[in-house]
Design a protein around this ligand. Structure first.
Ligand SMILES: Cc1cc2nc3c(=O)[nH]c(=O)nc-3n(C[C@H](O)[C@H](O)[C@H](O)COP(=O)(O)O)c2cc1C
Length: 436
């Protein structure tokens, strides 16, 4: 090979079948232009913050769920992730969303879609609210306060559960201006009254009365895992500590978990901590008269939460509610119950346009919110989605979950050729087809 050829880094081609020699390889490597390689390989800058690094690898809620599983003891993760009995409802909730396909509108300028909406006459950044979830500090000590702050940043409402592990007043002190309170009507009437009056005094806007928990659903995973609340030191938890030391270190540094709003209600009562046993204090049959009584007592907006049929939705409206929150508790109560998504058109038809219709159970993507709105809902509601974020990375994890849902919702709207939530509602039937 001449000197000139060598300088220009050119090589004669190896004849087919000729063996590759070490010197040949060396020469080829030397001939590669380093500047060209540098231009091709763009190294991602190293993220020194471990939480941000973890979240940057979570590109959707499935990733976030997996990150939650890696960081949380199995019984706690299963408590969030699992459903009742054979988890037929839980699977059905997802299947209901996956049964729809979109027919987008083409030729529409979607460069600046407006995702905002109004839920109970207050602006929301997009049609989403956060569902009540009990024992939230068991998932991460930042608990309800972290979720409320993240919801405020995202511009969406947050619902505190009766079984919350932070007081009504402490959640209000986060400054979130769109807080809702969820009531499990208590066997001792004065307990329900006290909770509702405190929520009103603390400025909560919406009261959601949960109707589907006459008794606790049988959560098979909790039964098998022997979950007790708060997590106590049993042989099994000792093993859990060995596997997830960071979780236990956080827990041991934080105040003990308790039902923060029910301290007086539980005074003098034996409580063995098994998850299912707490529901023995819930009213086993809530009547429409009870809802009418709440209407008289509660100054804000009133909602019933459960798998409400069209006929029951009408009764609820007669009893004075302002909204129907369609839910099967994320498949955690009556197994084999109808997917709430499938109730949306029926309930919208029954209550008309003046009553708000919300729907939860199975929302894991912004496109699910779009489908729910296209079918006639005013907003989607999520439970596990934000809890996966909380378990994966505390408060920034909740921010991340809400951000993913917003970005996915926006992209779905744009690809559907829709520019506003109102347009999505109106055009809904044209945009959806049943999957073959
Ligand atoms: C861990 C956990 C705890 C819950 N606790 C309550 C509760 O205290 N009160 C209530 O009305 N619903 C409760 N729910 C049900 C949620 O409010 C909501 O209906 C459900 O999570 C929606 O389904 P999704 O998780 O698929 O989004 C809980 C759900 C989960 C996952």
């Amino acid at each position: 090979m001449s000197m000139n050829t060598r300088r220009r880094g050119l090589r004669r081609r190896k004849p087919p079948g000729a063996p590759i020699t070490a010197s040949g390889l060396r020469c080829n490597l030397r001939s590669v232009n380093l500047r060209e390689i540098r231009a091709l390989i763009r190294m991602k800058p190293f993220e020194p913050d471990s939480v941000r690094r973890r979240l940057s690898r979570c590109h959707d809620l499935n990733d976030l769920r997996r990150a939650a599983l890696r960081r949380t003891p199995r019984p706690v993760f299963d408590y969030v992730d699992g459903g009742a009995d054979d988890e037929v409802s839980m699977a059905g909730n997802r299947a209901a969303f996956e049964r729809y396909r979109y027919v987008p509108r083409l030729g529409v300028d979607v460069s600046a879609p407006d995702l905002s909406t109004r839920i109970f006459d207050r602006p929301a950044a997009f049609p989403l609210a956060l569902a009540p979830t009990g024992y939230t500090r068991m998932m991460h000590p930042a608990g309800e306060r972290a979720v409320a702050r993240a919801a405020a940043r995202a511009g969406v409402p947050y619902t505190l559960s009766t079984m919350g592990t932070t007081t009504i007043e402490d959640v209000a002190a986060t400054g979130h201006e769109d807080l809702w309170f969820q009531l499990y009507p208590w066997t001792e009437e004065h307990v329900s009254h006290d909770l509702v009056d405190r929520a009103a005094a603390a400025g909560y806007r919406v009261l959601a009365v949960t109707l589907d928990t006459a008794v606790s659903g049988r959560r098979s995973r909790d039964v098998r895992n022997g979950l007790i609340i708060p997590p106590a030191l049993t042989l099994r938890t000792m093993a859990g500590i060995a596997i997830k030391p960071a979780y236990w270190a956080r827990m041991l540094r934080s105040p003990a978990i308790d039902f923060a709003n029910l301290t007086a209600a539980f005074e003098g009562k034996a409580r063995d901590g098994a998850v299912a046993n707490v529901s023995q204090y819930f009213v086993p049959g809530i009547t429409w008269e009870f809802i009418a009584e709440m209407r008289r007592r509660w100054p804000g907006r009133l909602v019933v939460k459960g798998p409400v049929s069209g006929a029951d939705a009408k009764r609820a409206v007669e009893a004075g509610v302002d909204g129907i929150h369609l839910s099967n508790h994320g498949g955690r109560q009556l197994d084999r119950s109808v997917a709430p998504l499938d109730l949306v058109p029926e309930v919208r038809g029954a209550v008309g346009e003046d009553v708000q219709v919300l729907i939860d159970s199975g929302i894991r993507h912004g496109a699910d919110i779009a489908t729910a709105v296209a079918l006639g809902a005013d907003a989607g509601v999520v439970g596990r989605a934000y809890l996966y974020g909380l378990m994966a990375a505390g408060e920034p994890g909740v921010d991340h979950a809400l951000d993913l849902l917003r970005v996915q919702f926006q992209r779905t709207m744009q690809l559907l050729g829709v520019n506003s939530v109102a347009e999505l509602r109106t055009l809904g039937p044209e945009l959806l087809r049943p999957a073959p």
